[in-house]
Every structure is written in C-alpha cells, then in structure tokens.
Design a protein around this ligand. Structure first.
Ligand code: SF4
Length: 417
C-alpha cells in the first residue's frame, strides 16, 4: 500500500477524534489530484491566542488491540487497516509543512502490541521532527491509555499539547462499552501531565529555564450520545476535569454510528445541536461563573435543544431578574441572556462615566431581543413587564434563522452566548 492510500485510511480514521475545530474539507473538483484536501485529514484548531491553524490530523495506525464498542478501529471491526512507519509520518508532515498546507500535526494511534510500545512510536515521530528536521510547528500528541509516566513526560518535551481521552462521561459507561479503559487510570494520566506542567511553570516563574513541557496544555474528548447518560452528568465530569486537571478544553463529540455496531449502541447520532449546546454550557462554566449542576434546567437533565443554556437558566430563575445594568456586579451581568463577556466588560467601563440606557446597550451590540426581558436600565424598559408572563419562553426564543459561518466563528473565539 503506498503512502497516499495509507493517508486516505488513517486520516479518515482520525476524523472521529474531536480534538480540533474541523475535519477534512468535502469540496473538490471532480477528478482533481492536486489541490484537493478531501479525505486527507487537514483540519483546524485554535491556538490559545485565538489564531486558527491547520493541522495534519492522522493516526499512526488504525490497528488496535482494544475493543471499545463505539470505535470503528476496535479489534472486532472489519474496517480496512493501515500503518504508517515513523519516517512516513515525519516525511508527510515536513512535506505538507514546507508547502504551507499545514502549520501543525495532530497524531493519534490505535494500540499496537502494548500501550508503551505505541506511545514510544508516537514520541519517535515528534522527536524526529524536532531534532532531525528542526521542525518548529505545532504538535498535538494523543496519549495512549495506560502509557507509563516517563513516556508521557517525554512526549510533553516534544509536543505542544497532550491529550488523554476520557472517552465516555461516567465510569459505568466505560465499563459497559470500553471495559479495558478505567476512569481512575485516565484521570491519573491527566494528573501526571498536570503535575509536570505545573512544575515547569513554577520553575519558569522562579527564573529557571526548564525544558519545555506541553506549553499549550492538555485537552480531552468525550463522546456524547453513545449511552443515555444525560447532559448534567457530562457537564459534571467536564467541570471535575477543568478544576482537578486544569484542562484547556473538553471536546464533545456526537457519537457516530459505525458498521456492525454492538446492540447496546444507538442506531443514530444524537442531534448535532446537542453538541452545540454542550459547548455553550461549557463556555458558561469556564467564563461565566456557572456551575455544572445549575446549567441544566430541563426536567430530563438534558440541555434544551431549542434555546441556549443561558436563556434556559434565566427562564427557570426569573427571581434573579431584572438585573440593573448600572448597579449589578460583573458576575450578575454575566448571567443576563444575550450579553456576552466582552459586552459586560464594556458596560463596566462606560458606567464609570455615565448611566447606561437602552440605546447604550444596543450600541454595544448586545443581543437586545433576548436581553430586553431581563435588564433594567436608567430609562424605562417596557419589555420588563413580560418577565413574569407565562409566554416569555416563546417571546425570548430566537426565531429560526440560517446559521452564519462567521457568527459561529465569532462565538467560538469570544465565547459569547
Ligand atoms: S483504544 Fe482507541 S483506537 Fe482502540 S478501540 Fe479504543 S477508542 Fe478505538
């Protein structure tokens, strides 16, 4: 099998790993061989400073000795298999990098022989890129479950980001669908990475120059909808990982049905909007001071699919409102639907010089159609009269509209909900 064929298989197999913002482009000219990125695993990720970078996202191999039921690469699957050599991945990365196709590499793998052997192979790719090719681009390495701590520490010397996938939200889910994986072991691996990152940062603050260790931090992925675990449990697990392991990101990935799947798995993916609502709730936990257990307002413990979680919380907690934009604390302002973190910052700034009126909020480009039911301003706000009405949900619910690529991008960058 030539490298191009392997790339088609191993880039496609990597698309299930939600560790970046997009996967391979679908569009190409019929019959084209040059300039097409279809199926070749170019995806995009955001750096901590908000830049969007393109990554070559591949698996070293999709052979795997584990049998995780939700995974197309599990040992019992009859998917076509391929394996890159270390030198093939190094060469592909360098060739793509020199041509400016990519700014980084995202490398994961199925488990071959043992976890440590597989981890050593991933490390060899990163080490060769750094030491032999003098490659300065971004590297995200997936940490193999149960790999030993010295290997994880070595991986962090060459990679910008490490990630250990939590895979499923609860220990019971893992037990059911991925019995070889244990939540405590996964969390221990994250803890090992966190300790090393903390040590490195402490040494840097003390004026020392320790070797670099995963400077872009660590992340994880959680598959959503493979079991009936509700959103509140998913968010609690994410909150524990943010607090305990200081993760940069939790990626939520809607379960994709796979061929010949186990009967315990659902026959279809959850609606994609569920993923979107989880990302919105995730922003609320990280940047808006919400607690995992309070975000989910629906009786079935899942996020509402038709309204965003901040609006859902406001509707369920009307006693909290109206919030006076001229007197409220930052934390209170952040709870108003339609007013994002940037607008809160501007409100706090302008109210030092003048009282804030409705027109001021509109000029700040807050989502007035949602905010107007929940805020009091220096002038009269007639919409406040609707706050206690039973039809407020229908009034505040956004009318269906075509999603705009750039709205979504802005939201992804700013986190405004
Ligand atoms: S260990 Fe990873 S690649 Fe292997 S079956 Fe499980 S999820 Fe798939």
């Amino acid at each position: 099998m030539d490298v191009r064929d392997k790339l088609a298989i191993l880039a496609d197999a990597a698309k299930y790993d939600a560790s970046c913002a997009s996967s391979g482009s679908k569009s190409t000219r019929p019959g084209s061989k040059i300039g097409s990125t279809e199926g070749m695993g170019i995806c995009h990720s955001y750096t901590p400073d908000g830049r969007c970078i393109s990554l070559l996202k591949v698996l070293l191999t999709n052979y795997c000795i584990y049998d995780c039921q939700y995974c197309v690469n599990r040992i019992s699957s009859d998917t076509p298999r391929a394996r890159f050599s270390v030198d093939e991945v190094v060469s592909l990365t360098i060739e793509f990098y020199k041509r400016n196709y990519i700014e980084g590499l995202f490398l994961s793998s199925g488990i071959i022989q043992t976890s440590d052997y597989t981890m050593e192979q991933l490390i060899s790719v990163a080490k060769k890129l750094r030491t032999e090719q003098h490659y300065g681009g971004y590297i995200h390495l997936k940490t193999i479950p149960n790999a030993s701590q010295p290997l994880i520490e070595e991986a962090g010397m060459w990679a910008d980001r490490l990630s250990v996938n939590i895979e499923l939200p609860t220990e019971g889910d893992l037990h059911k669908l991925a019995p070889e994986k244990k939540k405590p072991e996964i969390v221990d691996a994250m803890q090992g990475i966190r300790q090393k990152i903390d040590e490195t940062q402490d040494d840097q603050k003390a004026g020392l120059h320790p070797p670099s260790f995963a400077p872009a931090g660590q992340s994880t992925q959680m598959i959503v909808g493979a079991t009936d675990t509700p959103d509140v449990e998913i968010l609690k697990t994410a909150a524990q990982l943010y607090d305990g392991q200081n993760l940069r990101r939790v990626y939520y990935s809607a379960y994709s049905p796979i061929p010949h799947a186990d009967a315990r798995l659902p026959g279809q993916s959850p609606p994609l909007v569920r993923e979107h609502r989880l990302y919105q709730a995730d922003w609320l936990m990280r940047f808006y001071g919400f607690d995992a257990s309070e975000i989910v307002a629906e009786a079935d413990q899942n996020l509402s699919l038709d309204i965003d979680p901040k609006l859902a919380w406001a509707l369920a907690n009307r006693h909290f409102f109206p919030v006076d934009v001229n007197r409220a604390s930052r934390e209170e302002l952040l709870r108003i639907p339609g007013i994002g973190a940037r607008s809160v910052k501007r409100i706090l700034s302008i109210r030092r010089h003048k009282t804030v009126r409705r027109e001021d909020l509109k000029k700040l480009r807050v989502a007035w159609n949602r905010a107007k039911y929940f805020v009091s301003t220096a002038d009269h706000n007639p919409e406040l009269a609707n706050l206690d009405k039973s039809d407020l949900r229908g009034r505040a619910q956004p009318k269906h509209k075509q999603l705009m690529l750039f709205d979504t991008r802005q939201s992804a960058l700013t986190g405004e909900v």
